[in-house]
Every structure is written in C-alpha cells, then in structure tokens.
Design a binder for this molecule. Structure first.
Ligand SMILES: [Zn+2]
Length: 313
C-alpha cells in the first residue's frame, strides 16, 4: 500500500495529499453509524412460525432468533434475564397477536423495535369463551387467555403475517427492499398453496365431527371448516378417569372418528381411544421448532396426515 502524508511529501502536492489523508482518516469515524446499521438485522421473534418467516424473508441479511428452548411452548414461556437483554437489543421484535407470549406486554422493551405482525387482521381474532387455566410443562399455571392465538394455523392469516414481516424488514433496510419483497412473495406463495390444500382437505371432513386434544386449533377449524370439540389433554399424560368418562358420554351422543393431537399420544391413550372408535391424527401446531424439519415441512406433514386419514376412510 502506498504511504501518504509522510515526510517525503512537500509543497502543494504534499498539502493536497495531507488533506486527502486527513479525509481518509476522518471517514471511518463518519462511517461508524451507517456501518452499525448495515450488518445483518438482528430479529427476535416470539414463536417458530415468525422465526421461520424472518429467516426465509431475511436470508443472509437477517439473524432470526427464537430464544425459547425447544421443549417448551413459546406461548407460555418466560424469558430468562439474558434472553430479555437479547430482545432489548434487537433491531426488530416480531410479535404475534391475540395476546401471544403475554410476558412481552409486561417486559421493558423499546416500543420502536416491536412489530405486531397480526395488526392487519385484528378484526379476525377469535374470542374464547371462558378462560382455561392449567399448567403447561415446568412453568407455573398459565391461562389460554380470552383470545385464541394460534393464528398461523389459518394459512391465510399466516401469509398476512409473512407480508408484515417483509414490510417491516424493508422499512428497516430500504436498500434491501427488493430482496425482501422477492423472498416474501415466494414464502407467501408457499403458504397460499398450503392454504388451498387445507381448504380441499377440510372440505372432505365436511360431515365429520372431530375432537381436538387441546384448545389451540380454533383458526384451523374456522378456516378449513373442521367442526368438533376441544378437550384439554396432553399427549404425554393420561387424562384421568373423569375425562375418559366424559369422552365416552360424548361418543355415545355424537361419535367422533378422529382426534387431532399436538404430538403422538401415549400408547395406552391410543389404545383406549381405539376402543371408543377414535383414531388420533398428529397435527403439530408448530409454535416451536421441531428438530430435523423446517416449519413449512412440518405444516405440510400435518396436512399429509389429515388427508391420509380421510382418504383411508
Ligand atoms: Zn392448555
């Protein structure tokens, strides 16, 4: 590299070069701020669908993070102090509507970086009748709240959330707008294809009354016309004699042939369901990451199982 501004320079030329040298010295200082803004956008999310959308749309321009451990439901997770520091320092925080991850409303987080990705469909949020409080894993008792929040199981709403993510990224990095728009359009098209598929599958269940192991399928039911009742069972627990008794009574009144589960139920549960004429179908809500499968593949696998069950019939 050519050395400038040294003792060998003199006269007018030297003065010019020294001025240039002064400029090149000053430039890095002037660039500090823009450079900080041109690194990858650090985006903290509240669930796996949003993390997946952020990663798909952001590509190399975004670091998409969901700090909740993968064995908890992020809807009921409470962040550790170090997780909060991450959210506080994020360029963007992607929130989900219906009171999802309620801790976020009470945490000390900058308003300016928060994006409610459900803002576009507030009028389509589903109110819950009677709130249900119980324990989800190691956390304290939590309530499902008064609004259903597993909104992304309506893939049309999921597509709206994806668009909102793309717009938030473009606002934060206007120079990358076209990259974000292209990736967002591709993701939205994937979501719309799955939506159409689920509409077809849902139509095949038109005359069926289904059971749902947990009250998290409201948007799926509404969008795809899947009628039936929600219980409050956990895949890894026996629900107890009272619940079994209520289910047997319900079956006598209005038999259901299928029950959607968040995960594979216990073998004993499957056996007893079988005695009542009920076949379980795993339909993972996908609020958190599942190892070895991306979120869209997980949703498509749900659709595969739902379709296979009615086709086998
Ligand atoms: Zn619950």
């Amino acid at each position: 590299m050519r050395r400038i501004g040294g003792h060998s320079l003199s006269g007018a030329m030297g003065a010019l070069l020294l001025a240039a040298s002064a400029c090149t010295e000053a430039t890095p200082v002037a660039r500090v701020e823009p450079r900080a803004k041109t690194g990858p956008l650090v985006v903290y999310t509240v669930n796996e669908p949003l993390r997946y959308f952020a990663a798909r749309i952001g590509g190399p321009h975004v670091e998409a993070l969901l700090p909740a451990p993968d064995d908890v439901d992020p809807a009921f997770w409470l962040p550790e102090p170090e997780d909060l520091v991450g959210y506080q320092g994020a360029d963007l925080i992607l929130r989900s509507g219906g009171g999802y991850a309620r801790w976020i409303g009470f945490a000390s987080l900058p308003r300016s970086t928060q994006v409610d990705t459900s803002a576009g469909y507030r009028d389509r949020l589903i109110a819950l009748r009677g709130s249900v409080t119980h324990s989800h894993g190691p956390q304290a008792a939590q309530s499902h709240g008064d609004t259903a929040f597993t909104t992304w199981l309506d893939l049309e709403l999921a597509a709206q959330q994806a668009r909102a993510v793309g717009e938030a990224f473009a606002d934060a990095r206007p120079l990358l707008r076209s990259d974000f728009e292209i990736a967002s359009a591709k993701l939205v098209s994937d979501l719309e294809r799955l939506d159409e598929r689920l509409l077809e599958i849902g139509a095949a269940y038109e005359d069926e009354s289904l059971l749902f192991s947990h009250p998290v399928y409201q948007y799926l039911q509404q969008r795809y016309g899947l009628g039936g009742d929600s219980l409050h069972w956990e895949p890894d627990q026996d629900p107890g004699p009272d619940e079994w008794g209520r289910l047997a009574e319900r079956q006598a009144r209005s038999p259901a042939r299928w029950m959607l589960w968040e995960a594979e139920p216990l073998p004993e549960t499957q056996r007893r369901l079988g005695e009542l004429g009920i076949t379980p179908i795993v339909f993972s809500p996908g609020g958190n990451a599942v190892e070895g499968v991306d979120w869209l593949a997980l949703m498509n696998a749900n659709a595969d199982r739902l379709e296979a069950a009615i086709r086998r019939d």
